[in-house]
Design a protein around this ligand. Structure first.
Ligand code: ATP
Length: 437
């Protein structure tokens, strides 16, 4: 993991938040390449879930919602983790993740394992961040930063269904920030207190929920394969009765084998009619679906797919990271799927003369105009320029050389195969487009 963290810093993927002040614990800032990667992950998700289907609509609900939403959803009473504190060293752990923890005192041992350790009883700790709406800090003005985007989809269920004239089964998709006051955040951007979610709520007729649950778990696994994640690094983990969230009938995690072990990447949950029924009860407003064809009335069941965008970006980085030897020289390469790569093409002049920089810059401008994210580099040897782009995950390097002046062709070098192809300068844009799907 240290190698990934250091590459992320070196190449501008991820920085520690507020670094000049010593850093803010477990908050991370996405740099120039990181912000593109995260956006590309979210866009790939949006294309598959919204644009390529007719039965899922997009929504962008507010982060702050009416506080009753969180009473209805069960988060005020039930969104808790068991917190365990050592009275001797004051360190805190999640009681259900104790095996991952360590005593901060030397020698480092399991929590509670030093002779004078004194672990207290686990107590439930609510993970929602609280703040106040308006200028007065009083109980009546308490609001929460949402811990999931899902509730915005539930309270808008009829708004979306009626305005888009969808019929059940249909879904609502959202990408947006969520906040959880995690007891033990960590593992770089794996678990943070502020993170982005890509969640989809699929509303179905009661009785068809088990089939839709099976459908969505397969669809979601297939999507991770499609964006280039190695299939042998992904698996399902079915939740046992003790693991199920308060709203879930069945739940499955899609797990990835991180350097620190198999961990959840995405969850697929059968949330039944729990959320819509509770909002109907707490708001006093009917959230009944009336089928325009059959006239049937029911509160739909919900199958949810919930993925962390930052966590999926971390998976992409970890999965793509390789150390190789090329012609006797070590190289670090990020073999990101071209769709996810922040920069698609880097344009180089082989030499800083003979009009090569001018031609390369013209090509750069043409690529940018065609909305192909591209960069320019003329510093150092061509080998060093390749290495920089390999580490950044850029799939193609385009070099303008002496021959370009003669026949208007350039070389395109492939990051993974290292193969070089000569392509007419006017065809570079199309050549890249064809490979981006
Ligand atoms: P855990 O049990 O690990 O705390 P969870 O099961 O509560 O997580 P969900 O509520 O299912 O997680 O959230 C859906 C997805 O959101 C997760 O699969 C993960 O990708 C992402 N996610 C959840 N919590 C965090 C976090 N603190 N930091 C980054 N991503 C997160």
């Amino acid at each position: 993991m240290e190698k990934i963290v250091s590459l992320c810093k070196r190449r501008g993927y991820v920085f520690q938040s507020s670094e000049i002040y010593g850093g803010a614990a477990s908050v991370w800032d996405y740099g120039p390449l990181g912000v593109e990667l995260r956006k590309n992950v979210a866009d790939a998700w949006w294309s598959t879930m919204v644009h390529e289907r007719g039965d899922i609509e997009g929504l962008d609900a507010g982060i702050l919602m009416h506080p009753r939403v969180w009473e209805a959803s069960g988060h005020v009473t039930g969104f808790t983790d068991p917190l365990l504190e050592c009275k001797t060293c004051k360190k805190r752990w999640r009681a259900d993740h104790l095996e991952d923890g360590a005593c901060p005192r030397k020698p480092s041992v399991a929590p509670g394992a030093h002779g004078d350790c004194e672990l207290g009883e686990p107590r439930l700790f609510n993970l929602m961040f609280k703040t106040f709406m308006g200028p007065v800090e009083e109980d009546a003005s308490v609001v929460y930063l949402r811990p999931e985007t899902a509730q915005g989809s539930y309270v808008n269920f009829l708004n979306v269904q009626q305005t888009s004239r969808q019929r059940v089964p249909f879904g609502i998709a959202q990408v947006g920030k969520a906040f959880r006051n995690e007891i033990t955040p960590g593992n770089f951007i794996f678990r943070t207190r502020e993170f982005e979610q890509a969640e989809m709520q699929f509303f179905v007729k009661p009785g068809s929920d088990d089939d839709w649950f099976d459908y969505w778990r397969e669809q979601r696994l297939a999507w991770h394969h499609e964006i280039g994640i190695r299939p042998d690094k992904l698996r399902f983990h079915e939740h046992g009765p003790g693991e199920l969230a308060h709203y879930a009938k069945t739940a499955i995690d899609i797990e990835y084998e991180f350097p620190f072990g198999w961990q959840e990447l995405e969850g697929v949950h059968n949330r039944t009619d729990f959320d819509l029924s509770r909002h109907q009860e707490y708001s006093g407003k009917r959230l009944l679906y009336i089928d325009p064809g059959s006239g049937e009335r029911f509160i739909p069941y919900v199958v949810e797919t919930a993925m962390g965008v930052g966590r999926a970006a971390l998976v992409a980085l970890v999965d793509a990271y390789r150390e190789e030897e090329v012609a006797g020289q070590a190289r670090v390469v990020l073999s990101l799927d071209p769709r996810l790569a922040p920069i698609k093409a880097a344009v180089f002049p082989l030499m800083k003369k003979f009009g090569q920089p001018e031609t390369a810059k013209e090509l750069l401008t043409a690529l940018r105009r065609a909305r192909i994210p591209a960069s320019y580099d003329q510093a150092g040897s061509i080998g060093r320029r390749y290495r920089r782009q390999d580490e950044a995950g850029t799939p193609w390097c385009v070099t303008v050389d002496r021959q370009t002046g003669e026949d208007q062709s350039v070389t395109i070098r492939d990051r993974d195969t290292l193969a070089q192809e000569r392509v007419g300068i006017d065809h570079v844009e199309r050549w890249i487009r064809e490979r981006l799907r």
